[in-house]
Design a protein around this ligand. Structure first.
Ligand code: DHB
Ligand code: FE
Length: 281
């Protein structure tokens, strides 16, 4: 049977791309963040996935404000990265698996999720950089991917409850597949940050740490908040923490924390990284 073997969640600031390009991983500024991936890469070496499902938010590369699906799922055999204007190197195309994507899409529709299906989907820094952080030595990401994009760019956004339920449904569907497949789920974005307006620079360490802790045993904790309350707590872009909730949903209720890191700041963002796995595995 297929199985979701773990969850990695991480911030996705574009300047990570520059840090890679300039070989700055061990610099004073970057090492507290990059070092957080060392235990994750060790775990990956022992728990090699066959497929990575990535919950992320597009920032204007594939979807623009005129057409904004709440949830969209990639259904292609290849996902191309393009220049977004951040001045970071474009990464080689990511492998997809259209057949598995369609299986997941059929399951989601059966479970009453109305999603956009994308047989062409460009992937931005929120998808590419976290995968690069997992496999930094590989020119091209070695594992097949399914992108699941959640709108956190233009209101109205899906609620925390709905994102957690999306993840739970994705986990249920995958764990019901007959194939012998190990699946890693990744959630990218957050933690607290606000890039614009009067509150630009906002960080909320107390909330971030409470949120990270809640993911272990009480992932419903964040669903008590409306999106407006979440934005107030963690900033207009900090709401990207919805990806973490979706990814957590795909794991069973009982999980074990393998590692976590929290470091302020990475660019304008509170950098968080977490790896959880099912308790019994
Ligand atoms: C930054 C963070 C993001 O999540 C993003 O998408 C772009 C920029 C930043 O902190 O610079
Ligand atoms: Fe972002």
């Amino acid at each position: 049977m297929a199985k979701v073997i773990g969850m990695v969640t991480t911030s996705h600031v574009p300047s990570i791309g520059n840090a890679f390009a300039k070989g700055l991983e061990n610099s004073e500024y970057w090492s507290p963040f990059f070092d957080g991936f060392k235990p994750i890469r060790e775990w990956l070496a022992a728990n090699t996935p066959d497929l990575v499902v990535v919950f992320y938010n597009d920032h204007g590369l594939n979807f623009f404000l005129d057409t904004m699906p709440t949830f969209s799922v990639g259904a292609a055999n290849e996902y191309v990265n393009e220049d977004e204007g951040w001045g970071i190197p474009t990464l080689p195309a990511f492998k997809g698996n259209a057949e598995l994507s369609w299986k997941l899409i059929e399951g989601l529709i059966e479970h009453d999720f109305d999603i956009a299906t994308c047989q062409k989907m460009k992937v931005d820094h929120a998808f590419t950089l976290p995968l690069k952080l997992l496999w930094p030595q590989e020119a091209q990401c070695p594992v097949q991917t399914i992108p699941i994009c959640i709108n956190t760019v233009q209101f109205p956004l899906p609620s925390a409850r709905r994102c957690l339920n999306l993840g739970r449904t994705v986990g249920e569907i995958i764990n019901g597949w007959d194939e012998n497949l190990k699946v890693l789920v990744v959630g990218t974005g957050g933690l607290s940050h606000q890039l614009d307006g009067e509150r630009a620079g906002l960080i909320n360490k107390e909330f971030d740490l409470k949120f990270m802790d809640s993911l272990i045993a009480t992932p419903e904790w964040a669903t008590q908040y409306t999106n407006m309350e979440l934005v107030e707590a963690v900033g207009t872009q900090g709401i990207e923490l919805l990806m973490w909730l979706a990814a957590r949903g795909a794991l069973p209720p009982k999980v074990k924390k393998v590692s976590s890191t929290y470091h302020i700041p990475i660019s304008n963002t509170a950098g968080g990284i977490m790896l959880l796995q099912p308790e019994h595995q």
